[in-house]
Design a protein around this ligand. Structure first.
Ligand code: AKG
Ligand code: FE2
Length: 197
């Protein structure tokens, strides 16, 4: 087997599988340190209901084409894949047998950084997008809530070295977030590999 113990989250109207040890601890630690230094982290302004704020985390966008990525009034121009990010891309493409074009990277500096309720449903991702989300560094809680049935919720901890694979109608029917935490915690890097044609 290429990687151990996938956990199917059994999402109604969606399809989410969690792979806790997609990368082993040693690999995950090395990738974390290298990506922290090598990624072109930036902090953008976002405009929500007419008010402008600094985004509560750092981000960077990479692609093997020149297509921009637009979300929350932000347009991100891609950098080219290289170094460990390219190694990770090739590794997951081989293991999953899927080719990705793009990666949106997130750096949560501490518990005060977050990612509010949203779905990855921008039209450039197409219908039923496949999103492969890799985590390194500090573990963080991840929430799902169903868009139309308030009783349906899921909560899980994303461990370093893990992969969360979201596919099928997940983005159409569910929202997700990384909430803030009051705990004193360190940095976390998340890489979301996407297909943008
Ligand atoms: O940090 C995470 O695990 C989630 C990131 C995310 O949802 C996104 O970039 O769209
Ligand atoms: Fe997302």
């Amino acid at each position: 087997m290429l990687f151990s113990n996938p956990i199917n989250l059994e999402m109604k109207d969606g399809n989410v599988v969690y792979y806790p040890n997609f990368f082993n601890k040693n690999q995950a630690d090395i990738f974390f340190e290298n990506l922290l230094q090598s990624i072109n982290w930036q902090q953008d302004n976002i405009t929500v209901f007419g008010k402008t704020y600094l985004q509560p985390r750092l981000t960077a966008f990479y692609a093997d084409n020149s297509k921009n990525y637009k979300y929350s009034n932000i347009t991100m121009k891609p950098h080219h894949f290289s170094g460990d990010l390219l190694k990770i891309k090739t590794n997951i493409e081989t293991k999953l047998d899927i080719k990705f074009t793009s990666c949106l990277a997130n750096l949560y500096r501490d518990g005060n950084d977050s990612n509010g309720w949203h779905a990855d449903d921008e039209k450039e991702l197409g219908i039923n997008p496949i999103i492969a989300s890799i985590s390194f560094g500090e573990k963080r809680v991840f929430h799902f809530k169903h868009r139309y049935n308030k009783e349906l919720k899921k909560k899980l901890v994303l461990d370093p070295g893990s992969l969360l694979l979201m596919k099928g109608a997940t983005q159409e029917n569910w929202l997700h977030q990384i909430p803030k935490t009051k705990k004193q915690i360190g940095e976390r890097i998340n890489l979301t590999f996407r297909i943008i044609k």
